[in-house]
Design a protein around this ligand. Sequence first.
Ligand SMILES: *Cc1c(COP(=O)(O)O)cnc(C)c1O
Length: 474
Amino acid sequence: MTKLLKLLPSVDRLLNAPECAELIGRYGFAPCKRAVQRELAALRGALKAGRLDARALVKSKRFPAALYEAAQRELAEEFGASLKPVFNLTGTVVHTNLGRAALPEAAVQAMAAAAGSACNLEYDLELGGRGDRDSHLEAALCELTGAEAATVVNNNAAAVLLVLNTLAAGREVVVSRGELVEIGGSFRMPEIMAGANCVLRETGTTNRTHLRDYAAAIGGNTALLMKVHTSNYEVRGFTQAVSGRELSELAAERGLPFVNDLGSGTLVDLARFGLPHEPTVAEALAEGAGLVTFSGDKLLGGPQAGIIVGSRELIDRLRRNPLKRALRVDKLTIAALVEVLKLYKDPHTLPEKLPMLADLTRPAAEIKALGERLLKPVSDLLGKDVSVSLVDCKSQIGSGALPLEQLDSAALRLTPVADKGARDAALRQLASQLRRLPRPVIGRIHDGHLLLDLRCLRDADGFLAQLRELGPNR
Ligand SMILES: *Cc1c(COP(=O)(O)O)cnc(C)c1O
């Protein structure tokens, strides 16, 4: 056995061979050494187990080329991108698992510029001394919402946490039982309350809460009144909720702050683009809220961020909480958000410039025309094992924004041609093949078909070129 093992070349010999030079040039010496070691160890293992004929192996013309190829595959995997651009054909425009809003070009460029260089993140260029990172955003946020002051943290969950911990640690927060929302993942209002060290004081019932319920819930230990947007569900039927204006008035009477967690938070009335109306941040402030919290990457169409606007006094208190330091945003987020907010200064052009809004407002007729153009080539490329048709479908906004509003759209419907028993497996295999493309294609499985909703498909040529690659080996 020892003699047989000695037939295999040493790691050093393999690494010093001219055939290995390109691999080392591309991936570096140390990673190549580890990969070659792993491949050699696998051969030794196979040899010891009697699964490999060492003499035949070293004489074979494919050796050691096959070993280098295996090492190359391993290294390509190791060094390949983990975070890949994908085609979002799920029909959910703002898809949390797919990274929510795609950013406008100006924001992408600003992020790249800030990323590759030192910048005046917290440096006052006028005075030549320490500055404040909020200063890059505060004026624009105030202008767009009518607020006195604004600050930004990592996401809206962090915004809610910071507000609760600052204004109500160790004290009670009054919230309607109809608004104890869970957002996908682990954001659940009762748990955020506990995490912020507050006592949740529920009031009213699931379907009906009255102003008198809030009034009755206020006691000596109450710190604030809170309203939470029921983002991803709707209570329908015999219902009653209290408006932000009434709650603001009650809070003011009792000398308490009123906080409105808007969730998606839009800066403009979406109705002007033919979408359903969502309460805007300016409206929530005009109702009298002391603070309003919302996400940067839902209906705003910007980077992941949590934005808090409201009274100067309350915002200053948030800034003094040490948690603010732990939840702050980095220069990349600020760079992107600054650019996105600039687009809001001229709302007319938003649907052209903000990809999220471009997708949400894309006319159904345009999507259908794209489908008609793609139907034949896609059908040809997928071959006779898959039948392809163009169907009407509904897209949704996503990320807990306007859960019941559905947008007219069109989808390519892919159906594997297979016996009844094998159909499910064939469908899953087709979906998996599309996910393994260089730019993965993510659709949704519905009722025995794979639907590719074309609403968010912009690079149709790139999409087709990839399917060509999939070709006959499917
Ligand atoms: C989405 C949402 C959050 C959480 O926001 P993230 O930006 O995802 O952290 C909090 N509250 C409400 C009402 C929401 O809709």
